[in-house]
Design a protein around this ligand. Sequence first.
Ligand SMILES: [Zn+2]
Ligand SMILES: [Zn+2]
Length: 373
Amino acid sequence: MSVRAAVLNGFEQPLLLETFPEPGQLAPGEVLVSVDIAGICGTDVHLWLGQLRIPLPNILGHETAGRIERMGSEPLLDWRGTPLQVGDRVTWASSISCGECYYCRMKKQPTRCLTRKAYGISYCSSDAPHLRGGYAEKILLRAGTAIFRIPDSVSSESLIGAGCALTTAIHASERAPLEWGDTVIVQGTGPVGLAAVVVAKAAGASKIVAIGGPKHRLDLALGFGASAVIDIAELPTAEARQQAALEVVGPHGADQVIECVGHPDAVNEGIVLCRDGGQFVVLGQYADAGNIPFNPHTITRKQLRVIGSWGFEPRHVDRAIRLLENEPGLRAKFEAGITHKFPLGQAAEALDTARRWAGGKTVILPNAEETAN
Ligand SMILES: [Zn+2]
Ligand SMILES: [Zn+2]
């Protein structure tokens, strides 16, 4: 028995289909999952292009849902305490923190765990047991993985359509909580920006302005709850965008600005959009895109709180699932946001589609027939 996976052997090179041995006897706590759907996230594009340090070769894919095929021990509970069974539809937190290092134990910052490892990112696929990424027919989950049984009402498509962007935005919202009725400006209408709109809306924001583009992304932002959108193509200068945004949130600026752009220049613009004493959340600078001229006087004078947020923890996956469970309309929107589906053999095309921003969300269906589009 062998398992097929799409492997990244070199940066910017096409993923290649390779076969790996089916895992033998599972250790206690391990779970073998047959992958139904694996999302392509903006991070995967950064990884592919070599913009973040990862071991090669590598099976990418950290937004994944599938069905339990085998378990190394029973009973095994999901993260919420529900007994897991073979055949259950599951997803999981993409990384495991050690719980014992300085950041995990002393400072309660498990996303900065000193030995944190993430599926689809941190594992070299030439090391046994190989199957540690989502772009594969099967993935072997380590003991200690935060696994979630997906409620029947929540489709895997809605969950992966929301992807790690939603959990990332929920984590940021926890680090920088809104007060009910706050005004929010979201910079960027990529997946994280749209998720930030969703979460701000759910958290009680009164006005949400999304700044980004192109037009179909702005329409999505409106559908997800933005009060107004600003098209960067129509208003190419920061001054014009500021004027348009302040017309919506009021002349003093927004209570919270969330940067979800990834370009360093967005940080200077975001600081200007904050009211004095407001919060500026820097969420989009996941890859290191370099330095910018920057005047820190503004932070002091405006009494800003500048907050960073990295990745997410299992409880943010829990909250993302709960949000989808409670909001049928949101599920439908995230499902509809999946515009491209590829079989495993076309993983390279899938990644290239995501890089070109050809549409909405791109996913890989590793066990689908090769005729899928
Ligand atoms: Zn991601
Ligand atoms: Zn740790």
